[in-house]
Every structure is written in structure tokens, then in C-alpha cells.
Design a protein around this ligand. Structure first.
Ligand code: SF4
Length: 466
């Protein structure tokens, strides 16, 4: 693999963007309101917070719905085929909205645009789109919007660079919990995954910038931070100061933010040092998302995951020894090309053996440009559908067993909102990552509340206040 150096966006470049933002904010034909539609993972949700921050800086107000906005931006995901189709369907639907609001500006950004050939397709097939840009150009939004407002042709910009931009304006979704991106991109090239092609090579943020962001959040009263990266366990690769993920966690733990989480981890990069830090830390929550993807060694090899079933199970054992009761969650793919019934049954058995608190289960969907998309023996849809149903049944039975360990125990819940079923109850996540509902009011939102778990209902634990 050719080495690619990250491109650090300089303070001068950011100052230039602030200049464009000021220009846009006084243009006669500028949009007065915006709405960001987000697809995909937490990385995208955090990117949308940056888009919102830049748009607010240009003097726009957030509109409650896309129909009310003058500027609608779709922050897309292409990791799964259905997310891509949904995004394009919604963009097309907005064409109708423009009939009522001729000044509506439609923009599309994110992973989908970064795919080879997508920019040309946008130009040809989706002529009503005014602006399209890739993940590496996000920091340039003020300049791109300025160009769009001065042009009667679509502006499409996709650069193949691995950028890191610090100090972008941010409009965070929550005041009690915050995302911090610690690294971008991925070097793993799992054979089914498009991420390395659309998010670029792995690059880590400067630890001092991360620590400064965390300290500022602590001082503002934030109770939980979620560290983000496609593969946080390999944080630090390429940094000259020798910082790695366990050491970064140690230093973040010392700041005092009550709850620290992170996502996503690759099992092959989960080191003994990291497990030891989890065992010692005060504020890192006892939960771990460890995507297994499959239970059979041959399929794991063809997925290019670079661990075996036994190595994965060994890491699970070590995690449980270091952090008793740790909440384990995972991602699983069924119907990978060539998957036999026997191989699939090994996925069922690893799910039974581990006993996950929850699992994201997916039917394999080929992504153009990946190695697996060209593999023979793609699995027929009816076979894959049958397998995922059986997997979900096994996972749900395991989940019920795993969750029973919480009955009668005490938990601390960061309250996220009123319960969907009752306005006399609130819900949030406990320290182990499980959703918990208990009696409460709006005043509890954003607070950490101690509860005792009394009952288990589907995927939720019911509790009483202590
Ligand atoms: S680790 Fe694998 S699945 Fe995860 S983002 Fe990288 S290539 Fe994709």
C-alpha cells in the first residue's frame, strides 16, 4: 500500500473559510435557514455537528424540518446499500419541495460522494443537486456555498486527500454528552467494506488537541464523551510522539469526565495494555463494542479480518477477567459470499458462547470496488434472509440470559429523554451500555441518576430510583 501522508489544514486555510462565511452571511441570495439530514454512524452524526456549526456561523438558523429550510444538506453513508438508496430517494423527493420553494439549495456530502465515479453520476443523473462534496472537503463548506451562490451550475468537489481539520465551528446535539473524533479513516481493508476507499487512510489527531477538547467539555459540565474512529484501537499510528490508545485513555481518564466510551474497536488491535487500562480506569465505562463479524475461521480469513475465532474468544475472556460484568456488543454479517450452512452455524455458536448484550446483524451487501463484491458464490437472498432470522433468534435468547445479570443490581443512568411509552418515565443508558427506563420527569434529562433494576422488558431494563 502506497504511503499517504495526512494533510493538516492550517490556521490560515481556516481563516480563509471564516472570510468566506462572512461573505455568505451578507449575500442577498443566501439561504436563511438550514436542515442537515444524517445517515449512518456516529462519525457522520459528529460531521453533521460540524456542518451545522459552519452554517450557523454563516448566519443561518436551523429549520425544524427539511421542508422548512432554504438549504438542505444530506450527509450520506455508503457502508450499506440500503442507506445509499434511502439517501438518493430522499434527495430526489426534495425536488418536489423545490417547486414550492424555488430558492431551495440541495447539497449532498459524505461517504457516498467519495465513491469513485459518484460525482460524475451526480452531475448527469441528479441535475437538481446544487452542491456535492466529499468527506475530505467538509471543512471547506463556506467556500463551496459561496461558489454555489455565485454559480448557475452545480458545484461538485471531491478531493482524494486525507485531511485533518482542527477547530471547526461545532453545534453539538447534546450538552450533557459529546463526541470527540480521535482518528479518521481505516487501513484494514476488510474485504466487504468500503470505508477505507471513502474515508481514506488512518490518521490520528494530535493528542494535545484531543485532551484540550476533553478538558473544555469537562469544564462545560459534559458528563459523557464518546471517542470516535473507525478503528480507535490503532490510534497513534504514524504520530511522532509515541502516543497510543491505552495512553490516550489514561490521560483522558485523569481529567475527571464521569463517563468515557469509545467506538469502534478492531479485535486484532485490542492489546493487553488496553485491557489493563480498562481494568484500572475510573471513568471508562464497563462496555466494549467488539465486532466479531463471523464465527468461522475460513470466512474470517476471506473477510480479511486477521484474527481467528479462538483469538477473538481469548480477547473476550481477557476483557471479562479485567472488567467483570463488562457489557459486550458486536456486529455480525450473514450471507458473506461462499458462506456454507456449517460455517454459518459457527456464527450461531460463537454468539451463544459469548452472550452479547446486543448485536447489530446484517445481511452481506456487495459494495462496488471492494474485494468481496467480485467473489464467486454470492448467497441467494432467501438463504441469507433465513439465516439472519435464525441468528436474531439465537442472539435474542442470549441477550435475555445476559441481561438477567442486571436484575436487582444498582446502575447509574445518564438520562437521555422521556420514555417513548410514558411521560412519567425517563430512559437512558447505564454504565454497561444497556437501555434503562425508570420513573422520572423532564428535569432528569442530562442528569446521572442511580437506580435499581427491577425487571426486564424486551431489550430494555426497568428500574426504580434509589
Ligand atoms: S476495520 Fe474493516 S469493517 Fe471496520 S472500517 Fe475498517 S475496513 Fe471497514
Amino acid at each position: 500500500m502506497a504511503e499517504r501522508k495526512p494533510v493538516l489544514i492550517t490556521p490560515e486555510q481556516l481563516a480563509q473559510q471564516r472570510h468566506f462565511a462572512a461573505l455568505v452571511s451578507v449575500m442577498e441570495n443566501r439561504p436563511r435557514s438550514y436542515h442537515v439530514v444524517t445517515y449512518g454512524c456516529q462519525m457522520n452524526a459528529h460531521d453533521s455537528e460540524k456542518l451545522s456549526g459552519m452554517l450557523a456561523d454563516m448566519g443561518m438558523d436551523e429549520a425544524p424540518t427539511r421542508e422548512d429550510a432554504d438549504f438542505v444538506i444530506f450527509n450520506t453513508c455508503c457502508v450499506r446499500d440500503n442507506a445509499e438508496r434511502r439517501a438518493l430517494g430522499n434527495v430526489t423527493w426534495l425536488k418536489e419541495v423545490r417547486k414550492k420553494n424555488p430558492n431551495l439549495i440541495i447539497a449532498v456530502c459524505g461517504c457516498m460522494i467519495q465513491q469513485p465515479g459518484m460525482a460524475e453520476r451526480i452531475l448527469k443523473q441528479y441535475k437538481f443537486i446544487d452542491l456535492a462534496f466529499g468527506t475530505s472537503n467538509l471543512w471547506k463548506l463556506p467556500e463551496l456555498l459561496h461558489r454555489t451562490l455565485n454559480s448557475d451550475r452545480a458545484v461538485v468537489v471531491v478531493e482524494d486527500e486525507d485531511t485533518i481539520a482542527e477547530d471547526l465551528p461545532l453545534r453539538r446535539l447534546r450538552t450533557d454528552a459529546a463526541y470527540i473524533t480521535i482518528m479518521y479513516g481505516c487501513d484494514n481493508f476488510c474485504s466487504y467494506c468500503i470505508v477505507p476507499y471513502v474515508r481514506g487512510r488512518e490518521r490520528s489527531r494530535d493528542p494535545e488537541a484531543i485532551l484540550a477538547e476533553a478538558r473544555a467539555l469537562y469544564e462545560s459540565g459534559v458528563k459523557e464523551i464518546m471517542l470516535l474512529g473507525q478503528n480507535v484501537n490503532s490510534y497513534g499510528k504514524g504520530l511522532e510522539n509515541g502516543m497510543n490508545f491505552p495512553e490516550l485513555l489514561r490521560q483522558l481518564d485523569a481529567i475527571g469526565i464521569p463517563r468515557i466510551r469509545f467506538m469502534t474497536s478492531h479485535p486484532k488491535d485490542l492489546s493487553d495494555e488496553l485491557i489493563a487500562v480498562l481494568g484500572e480506569a475510573k471513568h471508562i465505562l464497563p462496555q466494549f463494542h467488539l465486532p466479531v463479524q463471523h464465527g468461522n475461521d475460513e470466512v474470517l480469513r476471506r473477510m480479511n479480518r486477521r484474527y481467528t475465532r479462538e483469538q477473538y474468544l481469548d480477547k473476550v475472556r481477557k476483557l471479562r477477567a479485567a472488567v467483570p460484568g463488562i457489557g459486550l456488543t458486536t456486529d455480525i454479517i450473514v450471507g458473506f459470499p461462499g458462506e456454507t450452512e456449517e460455517q454459518f452455524e459457527e456464527t450461531l455458536s460463537i454468539v451463544e458462547e459469548v452472550g452479547y448484550d446486543s448485536a447489530f446483524t446484517f445481511i452481506y451487501s456487495p459494495r462496488t470496488g471492494t474485494v468481496a463484491a467480485g467473489m464467486e458464490d454470492q448467497i441467494p437472498e432467501d438463504v441469507a434472509t433465513d439465516r439472519i432470522k435464525r441468528l436474531i433468534a439465537v442472539q435474542e435468547a442470549g441477550q435475555r440470559k445476559a441481561m438477567a445479570r442486571f436484575l436487582g443490581t444498582e446502575e447509574e443512568v445518564l438520562v437521555e429523554g422521556l420514555s417513548r411509552r410514558s411521560d412519567k418515565a425517563v430512559s437512558g443508558h447505564g454504565r454497561h451500555g444497556v437501555s434503562i427506563t425508570f420513573p422520572g420527569t423532564e428535569a432528569d434529562i442530562g442528569q446521572i441518576v442511580r437506580v435499581r433494576v427491577t425487571e426486564m422488558k424486551n431489550n430494555t431494563l426497568m428500574a426504580e430510583r434509589i
